[in-house]
Design a protein. Structure first.
Length: 204
């Protein structure tokens, strides 16, 4: 009887041990299934993220290509801009400014009515005007040369109009300055003639 009890205890103990292992095995299988599901969800999330990133990248690249094409187009100069009448007008104004300031400055330098410091002042005014004239022509060249500036036709035409207005102003200033200087010269010449006449009349 005692032997039977020992055997029953051993069998029960073995069965209990087996039962614990079976329970642990079931828990491990369940954890493995949960881990597998988590990995599957992570993979799906990565695939969604990757496809979303790829779509955004492609869209961005498409937009960039479109943007680049637009910007490259802005570097081109259309025939409408190249044939714009005011381009020739600006060049004509600037050529006249240079020609007329040189002639006037030469005349004033030879005139005996102005002092050395006054001639120096005239030279500075003309040098400043010449610099503005050259800058205007350089700006014009940039605007009408392909590949230099990113501008639409409207922007180029507006920029040309602005240069035209500046050229008109520069030319008007030159004429006014030359006329004022010439009048001053004539006034001084007349005053000197009056003084000379008075000296002759009064004998001194």
């Amino acid at each position: 009887m005692k032997k039977i009890l020992i055997i029953l205890l051993l069998v029960a103990n073995y069965c209990f041990g087996q039962s614990q292992e079976a329970k642990q095995l079931l828990l491990d299988v369940e954890k493995l299934a949960q881990l597998k599901q988590m990995l599957s969800q992570m993979k799906q999330g990565y695939q969604i993220l990757h496809s979303g990133y790829t779509a955004i990248r492609d869209i961005s690249k498409g937009n960039f290509d479109l943007h680049k094409s637009f910007l490259d187009g802005l570097l081109e100069v259309s025939p409408t801009v190249k044939k714009y009448k005011r381009i020739a007008d600006i060049i004509s104004y600037q050529a006249n400014i240079i020609k007329e300031y040189k002639a006037a400055f030469k005349q004033f330098k030879e005139d005996k009515q102005f002092t050395v410091s006054e001639i120096d002042y005239l030279g500075k005014v003309y040098a400043n005007l010449l610099e503005r004239s050259v800058n205007s022509l350089e700006d014009l060249a940039m605007i009408i040369t392909a590949g230099k500036l990113r501008m639409s036709d409207d922007e180029r035409l507006r920029a040309i109009d602005k240069l035209y207005d500046e050229a008109v102003d520069q030319y008007a200033f030159l004429n006014e300055f030359n006329n004022s200087t010439a009048i001053l010269s004539l006034q001084r010449e007349k005053e000197q003639m009056d003084i000379d006449l008075m000296r002759k009349v009064h004998g001194y």
